[in-house]
Design a binder for this molecule. Structure first.
Ligand code: 4AD
Length: 422
């Protein structure tokens, strides 16, 4: 018999018919003459019943939470059952018995992360991982529609892209190397070959801070575009975010509802997003020029505004060496962070310096060794062009979409300063 997905049964597609399902025991209630087993697969949970006179009764009494089974039986509508349907078991096959499952009610978040290899089976994790998968799918669809090419860059690098403090050092055949923080410097070389490119790849940051939005290894979506200026970059990003939000709201309606996430907020997201300069932002927070916004301040700001907002025109020294100074106010750069509700910064992007002299000056300001950036400097010497790009922390976007309170819940096996296992 062909196995059906549980959600099909819950959608009423097999009522009064015989079906076969396979999955795991989610809950069990054993009574004298009848036993109830809730069975889960990734699509849903359904109640099954088995009676004392069944040839499989004895076997069924061995079942406990997370045992794997295949069940054949007839689907009946029953309002008393969770989800409104029930399977009357005619044949039960135990595939794998389960020991006493260590996850019970009211376990701490920390414990659940210690047993992530088992907690990954929870409805919460299944739903979040489906949302995550839809985000990846949407990113590829968006770029296909826009005529972009997906290109990769190396994970072992010689020099920093986003500052030395978060570099992971590795021994590269006796030579000092670092794990990549960003594809950007390579992307800036690649746009001379293909002008519209993007990637999704792991980035590595030796983040020593413990926050709800920092991982040591995260999935970084980045794009780089030749001939694109700062205004065009912001328009591109807001169109991108709205596309992804709508796509996920449509594709994962059921998962988002189960996660108690307001789907309409994502469906009704509209361009343009609000824009605020760094100067306006610090004024609003009662801070002085030169103050770097903290995670908490970013979230406070976006909470006050109530929707995604771009913070633009940061002080040059506060940001990265490759950012183009604003010609109207050269102490600021043409850079923007997009802040989203509950998270704060989720994208960082800028127009890039395209002039060799300005870049040299920038390396000096940031006290970077010219030798380490020799090939990068070459890009300004052979037909340099204006260009822009941005990077997005995929897990931060998933946090917002899924309403997750911690970034560790948006990736199957998180890596942080304190967590390398499981
Ligand atoms: O702002 P960042 O450091 O920018 C760059 O890496 C640029 N080279 C991107 C570009 O222009 N191509 O990082 C970009 C985004 C941040 O906005 C944030 O969402 C995410 O990457 N991010 C992290 N996400 C999770 N954990 C961390 N430790 C992160 N660090 C940055």
């Amino acid at each position: 018999m062909k196995f059906v997905k549980i959600e099909e049964i819950l959608d009423g597609k097999h009522t009064d018919k015989k079906v076969a399902i396979r999955g795991w025991v989610y809950r069990e209630r054993k009574q004298k003459k009848v036993s109830f087993f809730l069975i889960r697969d990734d699509s849903g949970i359904i109640q099954t019943t088995i009676k004392l006179d069944s040839k499989d009764w004895e076997n069924s009494q061995e079942l406990s939470i997370e045992a794997s089974v295949q069940i054949e039986g007839v689907v009946k509508k029953d309002d008393r059952a969770p989800g409104g349907y029930e399977i009357k078991t005619e044949k039960l096959e135990i595939v794998g018995l389960a020991e006493r499952f260590p996850i019970t009610k009211d376990k701490s978040e920390e414990f659940l992360r210690d047993v992530r290899h088992l907690w990954i089976r929870s409805r919460k994790m299944t739903n979040i991982l489906k949302v995550r998968s839809a985000v990846f799918e949407a990113i590829h669809q968006f770029y296909k529609k826009k005529g972009y090419s997906e290109i990769q860059s190396p994970s072992f690098t010689k020099s920093a892209c986003e500052g030395g403090s978060t570099l992971f050092e590795v021994d590269y055949f006796g030579e000092k190397a670092y794990l990549s923080q960003s594809w950007q410097l390579y992307a800036e070389a690649m746009i001379f070959s293909i002008p519209k490119i993007y990637c999704i790849a792991p980035s590595f940051r030796a983040e020593k801070s413990r926050t709800i939005r920092h991982l040591a290894e995260y999935w970084h979506h980045e794009m780089e575009t030749a001939w694109m200026n700062f205004d065009e970059l912001l328009k591109f990003q807001e169109e991108f975010i709205v596309f992804i939000a709508n796509y996920v709201a449509d594709k994962c309606k059921k998962e988002l509802e189960e996660l108690e996430r307001n789907v309409d907020e994502l469906k009704n997201l509209k361009v343009p997003f609000k824009r605020m300069t760094y100067e306006e932002a610090i004024k609003k927070l009662g801070k002085k020029w030169g103050h770097d916004l903290t995670d908490a301040e970013e979230r406070k700001l976006v909470k006050q505004i109530g929707e995604p907002v771009f913070i633009t025109h940061f002080p040059r020294e506060m940001k990265a060496f490759y950012m183009q100074p604003d010609s109207e106010n050269p102490k600021t750069v043409l850079a923007a962070d997009l802040l989203i509700p509950g998270v704060g910064e989720t994208t960082g992007g800028s127009e890039r310096i395209d002039n060799a002299k300005t870049l040299e000056e920038s390396l000096k300001i940031f006290k970077l060794n010219k030798k380490d950036y020799k090939w990068y400097m070459d890009l300004r010497k052979f037909g340099s062009i204006p260009h822009s790009g941005f990077g997005l922390g995929v897990e931060r976007l998933v946090m917002w979409f899924a309403g997750a309170e911690h970034i560790m819940d948006t990736i199957p096996f998180p890596r942080t300063m304190n967590r390398l296992e499981p």
